[in-house]
Ligand binder design. Structure first.
Ligand SMILES: NC(=O)c1ccc[n+]([C@@H]2O[C@H](COP(=O)([O-])OP(=O)(O)OC[C@H]3O[C@@H](n4cnc5c(N)ncnc54)[C@H](OP(=O)(O)O)[C@@H]3O)[C@@H](O)[C@H]2O)c1
Length: 308
């Protein structure tokens, strides 16, 4: 049997509390009785401590170092961010660098990759890849080499006929899954040989999976598919942890195209009636990278949209 230092501390603290409580009660009964009880409890604590000291070797390695991920820092870790050249992915890259990680950002557009690397500074490198071209995904991870965390925020915003009615176009709808779902699978496939066993994968879905809107059946299905993929991968890839962030409406470039006031109208009914900032959503990815005991989970970051 193995008891960690943490468990040992808890036992000692419980014994200390028990001791002071008993002493307080017994003082009312008389000093002599109290002295006896204190002696008994002190001996019991000593015996328990001895028990801990003769415990066998731990079954699991004791987690002590920063790189073992019990700490709140990503110092020294390497994070690959697919879709890290804009919006939420770029914000995750900025947060990771601020936490001491080195990052590799990837996407299709060379100018975007260069601009992101320039913004992120010396801890960042970038590389082009197209998730519709598996060979480029393989090359991306070969060049990344050994790394700790994969963040997947890639998404294309091509206008699709998302209403499922008589105009529904199957090929167009299928293409909607290419980057957000099949692309994630390809990324995971080629990340597996390189990712650290105590590392993590964080995918991206959307709050639509939990609260569909009119006309969003296809997007709802894509976001939901990503969530269930994440759950299956969390089982298959353990001890690598796999989680997913489901953003609500986040003020990234895509929404800048909307007419004035349109975005505000979409968030008016929320508990926090404003769009989220990419940096605010990035915090959820940071948690999933650092939280060494969390896997198979969804973080909904939606300003309270779900409940209103
Ligand atoms: N913003 C929101 O309100 C919101 C809400 C819910 C869910 N989400 C989801 O969150 C994710 C990120 O959203 P965002 O607003 O940050 O989007 P974004 O700013 O458009 O970023 C998307 C990223 O994906 C990359 N990308 C697109 N297609 C690619 C491909 N075929 N291969 C490689 N990279 C590709 C883009 O770069 P290149 O163009 O250079 O390839 C870009 O870096 C998306 O999956 C989105 O659906 C966003």
């Amino acid at each position: 049997m193995f008891a960690s230092t943490y468990q040992l501390d808890i036992q000692r603290e419980n014994a200390r509390r028990h001791l002071s409580f008993s002493y307080g009660v017994l003082r009312c009964l008389g000093p002599r009785l109290a002295t006896l009880q204190v002696r008994f409890l002190t001996e019991e604590m000593a015996a328990r401590r001895m028990q801990f000291e003769v415990l066998e070797e731990p079954v699991h390695p004791i987690i002590e170092t920063e790189s073992d991920m019990t700490s709140v820092s990503l110092k020294g870790s390497k994070v690959a961010i697919i879709g890290g050249t804009s919006g939420i992915g770029l914000a995750v890259a900025q947060a990771a660098v601020a936490n001491g990680a080195s990052v590799v950002v990837g996407s299709r557009n060379a100018e975007r990759v260069d601009a992101a690397v320039l913004t992120l500074g010396v801890s960042a490198t970038g590389q082009m890849l197209d998730l519709n071209d598996e060979a480029s995904v393989a090359v991306f991870f070969e060049q990344v080499g050994p790394f700790d965390h994969l963040v997947y925020t890639a998404g294309d915003w091509q206008r699709r006929k998302t209403n499922i009615n008589t105009n529904f176009d199957l090929a167009d709808a299928q293409a909607g899954f290419d980057v957000r779902f099949w692309g994630a699978i390809l990324a995971v496939k080629h990340a597996i040989p390189h990712i650290a066993l105590n590392g993590s994968i964080t995918l991206t879905g959307g709050v639509l999976a939990h609260r569909p809107q009119k006309g969003s059946a296809l997007s709802t299905a894509i976001a939901g598919a990503a969530e269930h993929l994440m759950r299956g991968l969390a089982v298959d890839l353990a001890p690598v942890r796999v989680n997913l962030v489901a953003p609500g409406l986040v003020a990234t470039d895509i929404w800048a195209r909307l007419p004035d006031g349109a975005m505000q109208a979409m968030v008016d009914g929320q508990a926090l009636p404003r769009p989220g900032l990419p940096a605010e959503v990035a915090e959820a990815y940071m948690y999933f990278m650092r939280g060494a005991y969390t896997t198979g989970q969804v973080a909904i970051v939606d300003g309270g949209r779900l409940f209103m």
